[in-house]
Write a protein of this length. Structure first.
Lengths: 259, 259
């Protein structure tokens, strides 16, 4: 068991979850996922990020055992509670921390099915929003989540936590410009959520392949709305100026799933 | 201008936003709302929490002036940037911090309209969820938000921030048990969101007065589902075990608004 607070493992994990972890994650192709739920998904899922190292405290080990998870295929390292506390980005760590490999999906491999549903996140910044949107996308059977350059890193600890395991269920493509997407899929229906949109979400009719575009929390999406983008609004009866982005995106995705 | 970091104003504000602020807010009937948006709502809204003291830095004052807000009816205190930084719960304070009076709504005054839409939050804990749900409720024209005993304090800083000003648009009733609600409104239709619910959200038909019940993030609501409560599920095509609570609640409220 690792008990030294000078262990290089601590430095490795902390570098990946620090405020400058983005650069570190990019260079090493690794990110950190904490907790039982992520470990379960990573061990069970046929696709998605693989675990490179699994750090466990004794209580974390018994949680893993109780859950009946088979960790024989991954490197497992027992650490003391203080070492886990030094590594973790949470206040009450569960004693389970996975170093995972960022699986780079090739955007060129993404194909249309005729009824594909994609989500495109344009420069969104809030990690809670980004993770919640990915989780809702998973729930609603969305086929892929695509993020623009300048969007929050989907492998940052707060995003990973907010996805609640959905990171292992849905293909993610990062750093794709909207024009790259448009060039690859010239026939796809592009919807963009905008408070100023002329089309009500409830007026949308059956669509084939479709991408729903969600913009930056503060600046919205209006600069992206060109000729072939349908600007869609969520009809609101009440007084709020706007909805939280992840709440709005979840409503749109629920509606798209039923079309 | 207040420049001393020993000013009793700092202690007053910090007590109201501390982790034990719940007790302090209850005793003094005050809470803190930061930023321009809350100040605008508090100054403009006919109802909702009134400002008792408005703390401004010079840059906060010019934001208020630029926005054309009339602060003549409230006590305004200029503070230095370091004093504001010491008061604020945010990393980058906007220089605008309002001490507001918690307006206690009398639950006995709440009436049904025949098509009332209420939200009931049962022991929900996450402040971001609670604030986002209140914001969505406001957007969807919900008539009142009611919280159970043991729910997160709706006047805590993270909740207030997540409401994005909606706290001034929608009546809030705190600490009401579900049986109190049921006794007061024996004819109201009670819906409870539950992953195990037998009724799909999409199967719901026109309802008159209605309350949508959302449960604790981890424990859900199943213990509350008795004879007259309709357990409703959100149909999900995908793989996620569940939705984020505020995303789920927003979908339900959007749907209820259209019924």
């Amino acid at each position: 068991m690792i008990e030294s607070l000078h262990s290089p493992h601590i430095a490795r994990v902390k570098a990946l979850i620090s405020s400058r972890g983005n650069k570190e994650r990019g260079e090493h192709g690794e990110f950190i996922a904490e907790g039982l739920q992520c470990a379960r998904e990573a061990l069970a899922a046929a696709s998605g990020p693989k675990i490179k190292t699994l750090f466990l405290t004794e209580s974390g080990q018994s949680r893993i055992d109780t859950a009946g998870l088979d960790t024989s295929s991954v490197e497992t390292i027992l650490v003391s509670e203080p070492v886990m506390a030094a590594m973790s980005s949470t206040i009450t760590p569960q004693g389970i921390l996975s170093v995972c490999e960022i699986g780079r999906n090739e955007f060129s491999d993404l194909k249309l099915s005729g009824s594909s549903r994609f989500i495109y996140l344009h420069e969104i910044q809030d990690p809670g929003n980004a993770g919640t949107i990915l989780r809702s996308a998973d729930a609603m059977g969305i086929d892929a989540v695509i993020t623009s350059p300048g969007s929050v890193d989907m492998y940052s600890p707060k995003v990973v936590r907010a996805t609640a395991g959905s990171l292992w269920h849905i293909p993610l493509y990062s750093g794709i410009t909207l024009s790259t997407l448009s060039e690859k899929f010239p026939t796809i229906t592009k919807l963009a959520l905008s408070a100023q949109g002329k089309t009500s979400l409830l007026e949308l009719e059956k669509v084939g392949d479709c991408v729903a575009i969600f913009g930056n929390e503060a600046r919205g999406i209006d600069t992206l709305i060109s000729g072939d983008v349908i600007a869609v609004n969520i009809p609101m009866k009440g007084n709020a100026e706007s909805l939280n982005l992840s709440a709005a995106a979840s409503i749109v995705m629920f509606h798209l799933a039923a079309l």
